[in-house]
Write a protein of this length. Sequence first.
Length: 66
Amino acid sequence: MTTVVYGENKKLRKQIESLEAVIAEHEAKIAREQAKPQPDVTLIRKWQKDIERARLNIRKREKRPS
């Protein structure tokens, strides 16, 4: 027997939307930083890792059984 938790899908969608917002923000930060005469590559690498982590978390959440 499967227990249905109401609101779980909505919660999951909100989590994914939040992660997608983080990705968009970080991509914008990377673009702004790369436009500088001397971009901070350490910051860029950190944001790229944050994006990778967010994408991984999205994939994990999408694989969860409904």
